[in-house]
Design a protein around this ligand. Structure first.
Ligand code: PLP
Length: 359
């Protein structure tokens, strides 16, 4: 079997052992004679998978009973509107604008008739850094995106505020330990670091579930509905939750989030060192203080025409997904949890060879 080295931004690489585990029991789940896909979400067997996945998430992040874990659908995009629908109470809805994804969230709040208060933005510098942010302590919520997948920027620490911090963590979910003390809601689609697309994980502080003050919010779009039904209000994406659960198990087997964070930091450092040591051949998009450990966005600074050559040649050598996002162009290496240090070494060797040939 030959597997490519997968630097895709999302959906993205999953651990091979997770895929093989799923393959082994695809037609016969634990000797039961059926696939996990083929049984009721109300069955005991599925419930074990469902609640097992939630328990593992709690263990990984070390979160207690003051939070509820929800498995929803609609991706991060539905959260852009569910968050204001459920959390806005007529006060301040504050946002830090760090790119395309926060912009979309801001627009959704506007559609709902809210005037979002954008307290910080790095837009004038093509979102190359994480701005200084001063959230109020009395906002209904304070919204950030912890890792900006397109630009390759990431918060090194979370902003301090007494307002409930709401975090789009789609692209750095489960990549590092987090201090939950200020977090009101943390969410992300599974497809970047936690499983396949189709499941959105929402970790929400219990007092916020009760908020929905607007009676016009449909039942299905209320966190309360899903919390009360333990995310079994209607048929959830059962196979996605099963793969999410296997991926959470893999993370625990790796030693948990501190171990994973150390690996991720070592991986990104290899690429940034190569960029910084290239005498201007390569240039990272993100400012040094804001660089992401998950997505490294960079340019072939000496000659942008070499970028498609870089991407095509890497692909012919078995490395996929290196083309930058259409909003930014250039090259992007997404090095999520399932991308190994060995995979990154191969990329770095390629980068050095490419520079020798074209520098
Ligand atoms: C990919 C991504 C999204 C969009 O996710 P969907 O699940 O496709 O809606 C939103 N925010 C961030 C930070 C992302 O990386």
């Amino acid at each position: 079997m030959s597997r490519k080295i997968n630097f895709s931004a999302g959906p993205s690489a999953l651990p091979l052992s997770v895929l093989q585990h799923a393959q082994n029991e695809l037609t016969d789940y634990q000797g039961k004679g059926f696939s996990i896909m083929e049984i009721s979400h109300r069955s005991k067997i599925f419930e074990e998978v469902h609640f097992g996945a939630m328990d593992k998430i709690r263990t990984l992040y070390g979160i207690g009973n003051e939070y509820e874990i929800l498995f929803l659908q609609g991706g991060a995009h539905l959260q852009f509107s569910m968050i204001p629908m459920n959390l806005y109470q007529g006060g301040k809805a504050q946002y830090a604008n760090t790119g395309v994804w926060t912009n979309k969230a801001i627009k959704e709040a506007q559609i709902l008739g809210i005037k979002p208060d954008v307290v910080a933005s790095s837009e004038s510098d093509k979102f190359a850094y994480i701005p200084q942010i001063n959230f109020s302590d009395d906002a209904d919520y304070a919204y950030i995106c912890s890792n900006n997948t397109i630009y390759g920027t990431q918060y090194k620490s979370l902003p301090k505020t007494k307002s409930p911090l709401v975090i789009d963590a789609s692209s750095d979910f489960f990549s590092r330990p987090l201090d939950f003390s200020g977090i009101g809601l943390l969410y992300g689609g599974a497809q970047k670091n936690a499983g396949p697309s189709g499941v959105t994980v929402v970790i929400i502080r219990k007092d916020l579930i009760e908020r929905v003050s607007n009676p016009n919010v449909p039942m299905f779009l209320r966190y309360k509905t899903h919390a009360e039904a333990k995310s079994l209000y209607n048929t959830p994406p059962t196979f996605g939750i099963y793969l999410l659960s296997l991926t959470m198990k893999w993370l625990l087997d790796q030693g948990g989030l501190s171990k994973i964070q150390a690996k991720n930091a070592a991986k990104s450092a290899m690429i940034y060192e190569t960029i910084d040591g290239s005498n201007g051949f390569y240039k990272a998009h993100a400012r040094t203080d804001s660089r992401s450990d998950m997505n490294v966005s960079f340019n072939v600074a000496v000659n942008a025409e070499l970028e498609p050559v870089f991407v095509a040649q890497a692909e012919s050598e078995g490395m996929l997904g290196l083309k930058g996002h259409r909003h930014l162009g250039g090259i992007r290496a997404s090095i999520y949890n399932a991308v190994s240090e060995q995979d990154v070494k191969i990329l770095v060797e390629f980068m050095k060879e490419f520079m020798k040939k074209h520098g």
